[in-house]
Design a protein around this ligand. Structure first.
Ligand SMILES: Cc1cc2nc3c(=O)[nH]c(=O)nc-3n(C[C@H](O)[C@H](O)[C@H](O)COP(=O)(O)O)c2cc1C
Length: 473
């Protein structure tokens, strides 16, 4: 095993390491071990400073670097419901939320820092005057080095301190120095909750922009007592926290049916051979995912590709151009149709029913006939023509001129033109440079977009569609 001498590191890295180690209550050597372990588990580079922005919801809920997860500082107050805060740690973690706990002195009468630490896999904090974490003002860091502060249970006492701006222990100091949203889950006896002082404090905290979940009505821990004062259930608190951390995305295409074609087509020569092209389907799949995220009901008709079906999208897999047209027609009516597939212009008219054999007569002549033009066919429909039809023009030369000619010929509403000459790496690659052709009165308007990932092109295209749909509806 290689050994590492910390003296040989840059000053800045050494300082950062010491700081990190102190924050986490570990020795520098242990901190290095943790970093190496994280790096081995998560091959993506771990940023030195956690990103302040919240991460978008991810369909992939597999292991991710801790620093890319949304982070909660969970303050556990000294109420009987503190035991439920331990379950809350688990509920937050199963939602892929990183948790760091702070326990008040009273909370430690109900649950131990050790339990909180074991469940969160992080050091639990208890003292304002803790030399290890206070040399870099830990109380300020704990209220800022996170995306949300949750207080559960929020005792009458803690809420009174917050309303008054006290900072005489770690929890209240964090809350006073915080610049992140705060979510309180109050829990107390109904008489405490209804007491005029608590009412005043709750009203003040609401005016201060502090969010609350609960308390709920129900049985109290005290015998024969019931009323409003029970802490919200951990699953409710975790769901409320998640709404802060991963706010629901706008769904401008909700209620719209969107049809998308993607990928190449395979045109058989015989049962084992076919004519194809280099389309990967990535752009069409990205558009399908973006339309689905925008709330649309999406049908994706895809030629043979090596991609996973996008979640929440109805995918119809086809081989040839004629299959694709049949599935497109069967999917109508739709509000928006986007034809991103690279459909073969020709197919083999005399495709062999059996595998063609090599003969001394040489290569069998392949007679090519034109395939149906899916974009033109749908654009020219009298009935069931989608209100917005968008075609793709993949060109290797004279991009804009060829795209304009295609636009005039096909009868669609917009054309997305892209240069697919080999040097661009667009076919099969992850990036795309597109030009959006639309009609502006009698003229064709060309809007050239910068180089983007195919996902960004998809998001931008869907945003344009959403704006157009909003204007026309
Ligand atoms: C058994 C027991 C249960 C308690 N439960 C609660 C409670 O549910 N809510 C509350 O506001 N206070 C409760 N208290 C009172 C708090 O523990 C007390 O006000 C304490 O100072 C709160 O400290 P903290 O706000 O710093 O956590 C309870 C006290 C005891 C002894």
């Amino acid at each position: 095993m290689a050994s590492l001498t910390i003296r040989k590191l840059d000053d800045a890295i050494r300082d950062e390491l010491r700081l990190r180690a102190a924050r986490n209550g570990r020795s520098v050597e242990d901190e290095v071990r943790v970093i190496l372990r994280e790096a081995a588990h998560y091959p993506s580079p771990i940023p030195a400073t956690p990103p302040a922005v919240l991460q978008a919801p991810s369909a992939d809920r597999g292991p991710r670097a801790i620093h890319s997860l949304p982070r909660v500082t969970l303050i556990i107050g000294g109420g009987i419901a503190a035991y439920k805060a331990l379950d809350l740690i688990r509920r937050l973690k199963e939602r892929q939320i990183h948790v760091r706990c702070v326990l008040t002195r009273a909370a430690q009468q109900f649950v131990t820092p050790l339990s909180a630490s074991a469940l969160s896999n992080e050091r639990a904090y208890t003292d304002l005057f803790d030399a290890a974490s206070e040399f870099d003002a830990g109380h300020i860091r704990l209220g800022r080095d996170c995306d949300l502060i949750v207080v559960a249970p929020a005792t009458a006492d803690l809420m009174a301190k917050m309303a008054q701006g006290h900072a005489d222990d770690l929890a209240s100091a964090i809350l006073l120095a915080a610049n992140r949203p705060i979510l309180l889950a109050p829990a107390m006896n109904p008489l405490m909750w209804n007491n005029a002082a608590t009412r005043r404090n709750v009203a003040q905290l609401e005016r201060d922009g502090i969010a609350m979940i609960g308390p709920n009505a129900g049985e109290m821990a005290e015998a024969n007592e019931a009323g409003v004062g029970r802490m919200a259930e951990p699953t409710e608190i975790a769901a409320a926290a998640e709404k802060f951390l991963r706010p629901p995305q706008p769904r401008p295409l909700a209620g719209k049916r969107v049809l998308i074609t993607a990928g190449p087509t395979h045109e058989p020569i015989d049962p084992v051979r076919y004519i194809a092209n280099r389309s990967s389907g990535k752009q069409g799949f990205a558009i399908a995912a973006a339309a689905q995220a925008a709330g649309a009901d999406v049908i994706l008709v895809s030629g043979p590709v090596d991609l996973d079906d996008p979640a929440g999208v109805t995918v119809k897999h086809v081989e040839s151009a004629r299959d694709m047209l049949a599935q497109v027609e069967a999917s109508l009516p739709v509000d928006i149709a986007i034809f991103a597939a690279a459909v073969a212009d020709w197919r083999v008219d005399n495709a062999g029913e059996q595998k063609l054999k090599k003969t001394s007569a040489g290569m069998p002549p392949l007679q090519l006939v034109e395939n149906p033009d899916i974009l033109a066919t749908i654009s020219k429909l009298r009935e069931k023509r989608p209100p917005l039809v968008i075609g793709f023009a993949a060109e290797t030369e004279h991009l804009i001129d060829n795209a304009k000619a295609k636009f005039a010929r096909k009868g669609c509403d917009w054309i997305v033109a892209n240069d697919v000459s080999p040097a661009t790496g667009v076919m099969g690659g992850d990036r795309n440079t597109v030009h959006l052709l639309t009609r502006d009165g009698g003229e064709i308007a060309v809007d050239s977009w910068p180089v983007m990932s195919k996902e960004q092109v998809a998001t931008e295209l869907v945003a344009r569609i959403a704006r157009t749909v909003e204007k026309t509806s």
